[in-house]
Design a protein. Structure first.
Length: 125
């Protein structure tokens, strides 16, 4: 499997997890995207394991109901690393009050081992 395909697949699974609205489906989406000992770190969170990642995703969805995470640009990857940009977009009006970029490290099975997130735009209120 070409490396770029592995990177793009990992990022697609990542967004599937972040956009899973049904909390009953969230553990399955996280397991497909992250290793069991996977981590997620950004300026607002630093968690490890599927339960910690689920709590961060659920918290973001509670804070921004009616919003979806959208991948922007291309996935840039090499070896077991990938970086990509994203926005949090209102399903109602298309506004995107939050944006950032993430760098992920992949395990040998193509799932995410670590996420290092950076926030480029946050709401002003």
């Amino acid at each position: 499997m070409p490396a770029q395909y592995v990177h793009e697949t990992a990022v697609a699974r990542y967004f599937e997890a972040w956009n899973t609205a049904d909390t009953a489906d969230l553990p399955k989406a996280i397991a497909a995207a992250w290793t069991e000992d996977g981590t997620y770190t950004d300026p607002l969170a630093d968690v490890a394991g599927h339960e910690g990642i689920a709590a961060v995703i659920a918290g973001a969805r509670e804070q921004f109901p009616g919003f979806s995470f959208r991948h922007t640009g291309e996935v840039d990857g090499h070896h077991n690393l990938a970086r990509f940009t994203w926005e949090l977009v209102s399903d109602a009006d298309g506004s995107a009050p939050v944006a950032g970029f993430d760098v992920v490290e992949l395990a040998d099975d193509g799932r995410i081992r670590t996420v290092h997130g950076f926030l480029d735009r946050l709401p002003t209120a």
